[in-house]
Design a protein around this ligand. Structure first.
Ligand code: AMP
Length: 289
């Protein structure tokens, strides 16, 4: 069964209609759904009888000069995609919570800001200083309203995944967090709602971001001894790109630190400026013991 809910009071009413012991999976999104979002929904439907799927374009996570106003709003098409996905899962419920107004989520007189310090100001946070606080603040409210047992996030936004995990740990919220693999276009480009701002030529040439990450991973060859060589190569790539790479770094997979002395796992994180679109991508590295 699918229910579309646009107000907090209606959502709380629906949530309370389930018995206390019901387990709920939660998928937060900003809508304009693609197969990346739907992969999170499918996993949640496999694991839970009830899934809450939020579609909320959160103004707090956009900077003053970012695309909040023109961010694609496609609720009817999104609902059709959710319906289609749900049709393969009989006996499951999806509550689509699409608040009609930010005031449904943020109390008007609230001064609250949730910040995961340090992690919120590096890499993506250096370029978008208020972004992660916007994400963690909205999730704080959504977690409280939804009372889910597990939240599903995409590894596409790797820093966001790490920050949300840390927020849940620090706030001692009893909820599991799972990060699911990046879903890609056939040319390797990581799917993103903002890819539609790319024309066909730029979209095609965007495949080089993932190709570069894969090449660096091969060069690393599971060996930490190769780190300085690979970092040299990264510097060459950046120097040749006339500033297109906003960042391209190898960091510890949990702490996002540059120092990998104690790391078992690392992540190559990247943001590449392609026309007006910033392409985010990453690959995971493991080191041989
Ligand atoms: P968004 O609507 O962009 O805020 O994304 C909502 C969720 O979908 C986040 O957890 C994203 O990381 C995840 N997501 C976005 N794109 C992808 C993708 N290509 N593959 C997997 N997950 C994704």
């Amino acid at each position: 069964m699918l229910k579309i809910i646009t107000s907090k009071s209606q959502f709380i009413h629906e949530r309370n209609s389930y018995t206390q012991d019901i387990n709920i999976g939660f998928v937060p999104t900003m809508g304009n759904l693609h197969d990346g979002h739907l992969s999170l929904l499918e996993k949640a439907l496999e694991e839970f009888p009830v899934v809450v799927f939020t579609i909320f374009i959160n103004p707090k996570q956009f900077g003053p000069h970012e695309d909040f106003k023109k961010y694609p709003r496609t609720l009817d098409a999104d609902i059709e995609k959710i319906k289609k996905t749900l049709s393969s899962y009989s006996m499951k419920d999806v509550l689509v919570f699409a608040p009609s107004d930010p005031q449904e989520i943020f109390p008007q007189d609230s001064n609250l800001k949730v910040s995961v310090h340090k992690l919120n100001s590096i890499l993506e946070g250096e370029l978008r200083p208020t972004h992660f606080d916007g994400v963690t603040t909205v999730l704080f409210y959504l977690f409280k309203i939804i009372r889910a047992h597990k939240v599903y996030l995409g590894l596409k936004d790797y820093q966001q995944f790490i920050i949300v995990k840390k927020m849940i740990k620090d706030l001692q919220i009893s909820m599991i967090v799972e990060g699911l693999p990046i879903v890609r276009e056939s040319n390797g480009l990581a799917m993103s709602s903002r890819n539609q701002y790319l024309d066909e030529k730029l979209r095609e040439s965007s495949s080089h971001v993932y190709q570069t990450l894969k090449r660096l991973k091969v060069m690393m060859d599971f060996r930490k001894e190769n780190l300085s060589l690979v970092r040299k190569q990264i510097n060459t790539i950046k120097n040749q790109s006339s500033g297109h790479w906003n960042y391209l770094e190898i960091v510890d997979s949990e702490t996002l630190d540059y120092d990998l002395t104690k790391s078992d796992k690392a992540t190559i994180v990247a943001a590449y400026q392609q026309g007006h679109v910033r392409l985010l991508d990453n690959v995971q590295l493991e080191f041989k013991k």
